[in-house]
Design a protein around this ligand. Structure first.
Ligand SMILES: NC(=O)CC[C@H](N)C(=O)O
Length: 200
């Protein structure tokens, strides 16, 4: 089997951190900035950053249609934080006119944790991983509602937001409210590589 080509949407956000995370796993990635690059990838990563800016740039660069089409045809994708918002079918508290690429049958609440606690870290139990994940949240969304085909992989364990959904999977689509690309734990990137390889 040939190694799948993982593209990183490289219009805005923490692209370098994702590139480095996959590199540590021995997986090369390619940046995606132009429409013609979309046809050459087997999977997509949408990084953390600012979903409103990412949305505008994706459309300005002519990436919206080709990416949407690939996602509709089942291309695996992983989104962290703003990337989760970009992959969600529905956004609550989105900016005026904000659109997403969609694909994940979820409603995501942007900046859900509020201003006082907009950045924090937490230990999370994560379905399929033996040890908890140390998760870094930065002005993160949470998932308000999931469709029937969506598996919940992690929830906040304690505090005022206890029980809120922060990681999901639906077929080849994976999303986390937090940033595993920040830090040294590569298990979630490894999970995505497994998903991509199993569907290649
Ligand atoms: N760290 C992040 O990716 C923050 C996401 C940002 N709050 C947004 O709405 O896109």
């Amino acid at each position: 089997m040939t190694t799948p080509r993982i593209g990183i949407l490289a219009v805005q956000g923490d692209v370098r951190e994702h590139v480095a995370a996959f590199h540590e796993l021995g997986v090369d990635t390619v940046p995606v900035r132009r429409p013609e690059e979309v046809g050459r990838i087997d999977a997509l990563v949408v990084p953390g950053g600012e979903s409103t800016v990412m949305d505008k740039l994706v459309r300005t660069f002519g990436l919206y249609e080709p990416l949407r089409e690939r996602l509709e045809h089942g291309m695996p994708a992983y989104g962290s934080c703003a990337g989760m918002i970009m992959l969600a079918d529905r956004v609550s508290d989105g900016a005026a006119g904000q659109q997403t690429l969609g694909g994940l049958d979820i409603t995501v609440r942007r900046n859900a944790f509020g201003r006082q606690v907009d950045s924090f870290e937490a230990e999370l139990d994560f379905v399929g991983l033996d040890e908890p994940v140390h998760a870094v949240f930065i002005r993160a969304p949470w998932v308000d509602q999931v469709g029937d085909g969506v598996e919940v992989l992690a929830r906040v364990g304690e505090g005022p937001a206890a029980g809120k959904i922060v990681a999901v999977r639906q077929d080849g689509l994976l999303a986390t409210s937090f940033h595993p690309e920040v830090g040294t734990d590569r298990r979630i990137h490894a999970e995505f590589v497994k998903i991509v390889s199993s569907r290649a």
